[in-house]
Design a protein around this ligand. Structure first.
Ligand SMILES: Nc1ncnc2c1ncn2[C@@H]1O[C@H](COP(=O)(O)OP(=O)(O)O)[C@@H](O)[C@H]1O
Ligand SMILES: O=C(O)[C@@H](O)C(=O)COP(=O)(O)O
Length: 421
């Protein structure tokens, strides 16, 4: 029986894949960062979440190799590098450099690139990545504050960032089944191709991918391929039910923190502002006096907590507002200041007894989880595809970590009303 080790480049990405693994029958546990020590973990899949998406390539490589080595000590023999379904990266990485480093460490020469997640509108056709009915580069991702995506052609993106040749296995081959995909992988390996981009238009293609890649030591992609792989390896139909219990949210004080500027999060924030107390974060105040500003915002949260729905703090801005802020304060400086603020707010609210945190944004979720001192999660019930409730393995804390673009407009309210206290 294979044991899967997942190296995820951000926190929402990690809970996303963990959720699909559990739903498709693999008992899964998630750790935030590489755990200290070598105590053996009892799970069929282990997910290590890093914050390596937008740090330097050298840092991303060293974190990813440390995760790989710990997962190997845990007895994992199959590995999955999880990145964003919108391939969030820049011309220098980090998807390419990390993939190369993992291939080298595992002494492998070929892997697949499979970001598709059709249930959330991410499909790949002829190597081009789509978000719903738009090319990635026409979607809101072109305005992402840290990793703007202005190209949709995955082989080109990969060849720019990494050291090797890329090729595509198209949808017509996937339609012919796992045998046809395996044959083409063998042919591409003989042509010294290192990165094979896999088309996927719907879930059946992911199931074919899972069957074709069952024996591949390193795969890379979004969380969709995990559906196919988990179905190959799952042998316990009660895993999903057990997870529902282990990860069900607890705690009576909740807050919503939104640091994502994605189009979907903008819509979710607009909808929630009509339903619950909401306060916008002032970026200048974050830059000037982060600790005292955090105290002030926590006082506001406390004063607004006796409503049916939890108060919302948001830095979420639309593309034009964000551009103005970035021109005034600098992109890196302003986004770091906002992250520091949310880290300080989460720390303070925890010390005041808050136990439920609903967070929007991958980087934002990373800093919040780190500042709450969360070491690992039980994966709980799904709120929207790819967004489960998760419960800290040591502390009485429940979190919903929402990827920027995931969820429907009512996500923040549903995360509460469908899982009452
Ligand atoms: N108003 C703002 N001004 C500047 N940066 C912002 C603002 N709001 C959010 N950010 C930053 O944008 C980044 C959003 O990334 P992230 O949390 O990963 O969201 P997503 O999941 O949509 O990518 C974070 O670094 C956050 O601090
Ligand atoms: O694969 C995905 O789309 C998500 O799991 C993911 O990685 C989310 O990243 P953010 O959009 O930065 O939250």
């Amino acid at each position: 029986m294979s044991r899967l080790g997942v190296i995820a480049d951000d926190f929402t990405g990690a809970t996303d894949i963990a959720s699909f693994l559990v739903q498709n029958g693999l008992a899964t546990i998630q750790f935030n960062g590489v755990p200290q020590g070598d105590e053996k973990v009892n799970a069929q899949a282990i997910v290590v979440s890093l914050k390596s998406r937008s740090c330097s390539p050298a840092q991303a490589i060293s974190q990813s190799l440390a995760a790989l080595s710990w997962l190997q000590q845990q007895g994992c023999d199959r590995f999955y590098f999880k990145y964003c379904s919108t391939f969030d990266s820049t011309a220098t990485g980090n998807i390419g450099p990390v993939t190369d480093a993992l291939l080298a460490a595992l002494d492998e020469t070929l892997t697949v690139i499979s970001p598709a997640l059709p249930v959330n509108g991410r499909t790949v056709y002829q190597g081009y990545l789509f978000v719903n009915d738009q090319l990635l580069s026409d979607s809101g991702m072109r305005h992402h504050p840290v990793t703007p995506m202005t190209d949709s052609y995955l082989p080109r993106l990969m060849e720019q960032q990494a050291h090797g040749k890329a090729a595509v296995i198209g949808a017509t081959t996937l339609d012919r089944g796992a045998g046809a995909v395996r044959e083409q992988l063998t042919a591409l390996a003989q042509q010294q191709v290192r990165y094979v981009v896999l088309d996927a238009l719907h879930e059946q293609h992911l199931l074919v991918q899972g069957e074709a890649l069952r024996e591949m030591r390193l795969v890379t992609g979004g969380s969709g391929l995990a559906i196919g792989l988990a179905r190959q390896w799952a042998n316990n139909s009660t895993v999903n039910l057990q997870a529902e219990q282990a990860g069900r949210p607890r705690g009576d004080r909740a807050v919503v923190i939104s640091g994502s500027c994605s189009q979907m999060t903008n819509r979710q924030v607009s909808a929630y502002r009509q339903q619950a107390p909401a306060r916008e974060v002032d970026v200048e105040a974050c830059l000037q006096q982060v600790e005292s500003y955090a105290q002030l915002l926590c006082d506001w949260v406390e004063a607004n907590t006796h409503q049916p729905l939890a108060p919302l703090l948001y830095a979420t801005a639309d593309a034009q507002q964000l551009q103005t802020i970035q021109q005034r304060y600098g992109a890196a400086r302003s986004s770091e200041a906002v992250e520091q603020l949310f880290a300080a707010v989460a720390r303070e609210l925890k010390s005041r007894g808050w136990q439920r945190f609903i967070v929007a944004g991958g980087e934002t979720s990373g800093v919040v989880a780190q500042s709450l001192g969360v070491t690992g999660f039980h994966i709980g019930p799904t709120i929207s595809p790819g967004v489960p409730w998760v419960r800290d393995i040591d502390q009485p804390l429940s979190l919903a970590l929402k990827s920027g673009n995931f969820g429907d407009e009512q996500f923040f309210a549903r995360a509460q009303t469908e899982f009452p206290l």
